[in-house]
Design a protein around this ligand. Structure first.
Ligand SMILES: Nc1nc2c(ncn2[C@@H]2O[C@H](COP(=O)(O)OP(=O)(O)OP(=O)(O)O)[C@@H](O)[C@H]2O)c(=O)[nH]1
Ligand SMILES: [Mg+2]
Ligand SMILES: [Zn+2]
Length: 358
């Protein structure tokens, strides 16, 4: 990967450091510790960038433990031996419910300013999925921009239809349609590519996230792949997350592997922000606990009848909300079990100590 082999050294500002992080340090800490940004995370190692250059350290043992976990984009303070002193608090953090039935939240990235929600204009374009990503972005506290790739492979009419559909969700939504292979993307994405600004790319496999990273970097740093038609299982070309510093002080970009499963949890705020139109309507329903199903005086159903809201959007909202409630409850239950278990172990340990000291 280009960032780690190049001899180019970046300033803290170029790495995304700003006042928000600076003000978390006492003067003493500032003089004693070195800020370092996590650019890639492996099982036993963390790859970092500091103002002195790249650095690889052993992953702290507890870096997978809930709440002390680290993720790509995190800012750390290291002591003179390059040991982790502490992680700085984040300006934003992306989380999803871990895949494969694991009862925990997985961290995707931290300290992201803008999230490019990437979708291709052809087969991948799906409003339900885009709404799911919008919830994730809003919940994380990052500004979402929808990037529609493969504009060169579709007609102007198709392109305009997709953009219009997105604006029907929210007419203030930022949408950019582009050809990820064309150097022109640098200009198209310039409003979000500024010194110290971190962009993360999220979206399904094969939509062109790594292609976009390569075009922005002006080099083939990330491997990309043509999706084979017969590979119905899908095939992820990018397998890990990584941060890249763009040339010419144009920001920092984080590539991620396509996500097949994006389950929400603890995302009430993100859902409320993404579906503000429905929540506003719901305020006018006759019953405060209206399910917007068949109740009399339902303002949401009325809006659908009058063509102001699609039933697709209502179903999407209800589905995400249900999923979020169920997953949040499961995670909360798991956490309380963990706490009880911990308490039990601690009491056993102190009993043993007492017995020993007798
Ligand atoms: N014509 C055209 N091809 C594109 C565009 N964007 C991506 N591609 C092609 O689509 C294929 C997949 O692109 P990738 O960049 O590997 O997709 P990805 O989103 O990184 O996929 P994962 O790493 O699996 O998540 C590659 O063959 C790209 O060349 C585009 O805007 N136009
Ligand atoms: Mg990729
Ligand atoms: Zn209602």
């Amino acid at each position: 990967m280009s960032n780690f082999h190049s001899t180019k050294v970046f300033s803290l500002a170029e790495l995304g450091w700003n006042n928000r992080f600076q003000q978390q340090l006492t003067l003493d800490e500032w003089q004693t510790y070195m800020p370092a940004r996590v650019v890639a995370q492996h099982k036993t190692e963390l790859q970092l960038l500091t103002q002195q250059g790249p650095l690889t350290i052993k992953a702290p043992i507890d870096s997978t433990v809930h709440d002390t976990r680290l993720t790509v984009g995190d800012w750390l303070l290291l002591d003179s031996q390059h040991n982790l002193y502490r992680r700085l608090s984040r300006s934003s953090v992306f989380r999803r419910k871990a895949v494969g039935g694991k009862l925990e939240q997985q961290l995707i990235a931290a300290n992201v300013d803008t999230v490019l929600i990437v979708s291709s204009l052809n087969d991948d374009f799906n409003l339900n999925r885009l709404e799911r990503y919008l919830v994730l972005a809003h919940e994380a506290g990052a500004e979402p921009v929808v990037v529609l790739t493969k504009a060169d492979l579709c007609t102007t009419q198709q392109k305009q239809q997709c953009i219009a559909q997105l604006h029907s969700l929210n007419n203030l939504l930022m949408v950019v349609a582009l050809n990820a292979l064309d150097a022109e993307v640098k200009q198209q994405l310039a409003p979000w590519c500024k010194i110290g600004q971190t962009l993360a790319l999220l979206g399904s496999s094969g939509v062109g996230k790594s292609t976009l990273v390569n075009t922005l970097l002006g080099e083939n740093s990330q491997q990309t792949q043509t999706i084979r038609e017969d590979d119905s299982k899908g095939h992820h070309t990018t397998t890990g997350r990584s941060l890249h510093i763009l040339p010419g002080q144009t920001g920092i970009v984080l590539d991620t592997p396509g996500m097949r499963e994006l389950q929400l949890a603890n995302s009430e705020q993100g859902i409320a922000e993404t579906f503000r139109d429905i929540l506003q309507l719901a305020n006018q329903c006759k019953f405060s606990d209206c399910k917007h199903d068949n109740e009399p005086g339902c303002a949401v159903q009325l809006a659908i009848e009058q063509g102001e809201l699609t039933s697709r959007r209502l179903s999407s909202y209800l589905k995400l909300q249900r999923e979020d409630v169920i997953n949040s409850a499961t995670l909360a239950q798991r956490r309380s079990q963990d706490r009880k278990r911990e308490k039990f172990y601690r009491s056993v340990q102190s009993d043993m100590k007492r017995l020993k000291n007798r």
